[in-house]
Design a protein around this ligand. Structure first.
Ligand SMILES: [Zn+2]
Length: 218
């Protein structure tokens, strides 16, 4: 949300918090594509043979369709009927129970329940049994596929295949962090060599900055 607020000032912060995770991640994928291009490369360790394998894909390959509507969804199972909405970023933090994945999952479920009924009578979200929660979770995933990007990797050495989750929020954050550190180092190099102010160095176009950097670094 910090990245999106900085990059898209037109989006109100509360609108960002209400977006489903998939809608938010679609914005993050677009932001990544506009700032760093569509190709994603990385190194992953094979789970079977520990070989380092290269991962390389295009952002467009992991694009999924957005949720069909923002109206609440509904699941009927085991005599229960649960109406719920898709979770958004604003639901995550209040649901977190440190180190307890199951409690976090349950809290997130309860936050997203609009109403729950058993045999036609209203019941609390807390009383909904785990298998109905599982069904709701599966429906959430199917309705908002962009929220859960899975990549199937195949090791070039031992041919074993496995699935990994690609979290665009964590990935882009680390890229922005690395890029910021690189920029500060460039400012440091040019300021030390020429005595220029930080603001003036940042105002240089990228080709000019690169020219001066090449001129001062052996
Ligand atoms: Zn392998």
């Amino acid at each position: 949300m910090v990245l999106l607020e900085a990059a898209t000032p037109d989006l109100a912060p509360d609108a960002l918090a209400r977006m489903s995770i998939g809608q938010r991640d679609a914005w993050l994928l677009s932001l990544r594509e506009s700032r760093f291009g569509p190709r994603v490369t990385g190194i992953v360790t094979c789970r079977a043979c520990q070989e380092q394998i290269e991962v390389d894909f295009d952002i467009r390959q992991v694009r999924a369709s957005p949720p069909a509507s923002t109206a609440p969804l509904s699941v009927s199972q085991c005599g229960y009927r649960v109406d719920f909405r898709l979770p958004g970023t604003g639901d995550i933090e209040p649901s977190i129970h440190d180190g307890d994945v199951e409690a976090t999952r349950r809290a997130l479920f309860e936050r997203c329940v609009v109403s729950a009924h058993r045999d036609g009578r209203e019941v609390s979200a807390a009383s909904v049994p785990p298998r109905v929660v599982d069904a709701v979770e599966a429906r959430m995933g199917a309705a908002d596929p962009q929220a859960d990007i899975r990549l199937t990797l195949t090791c070039s050495e031992c041919a074993s295949a496995w699935a990994v989750t690609f979290d665009i929020a964590t990935f882009l954050w680390s890229e922005v962090e690395a890029s910021a550190r690189r920029t500060l180092l460039e400012v440091h190099t040019l300021a030390s060599a020429y005595g220029w102010r930080e603001a003036d160095i940042l105002a240089l176009s990228p080709p000019r900055r690169r020219f001066y950097l090449e001129a001062v670094t052996p």
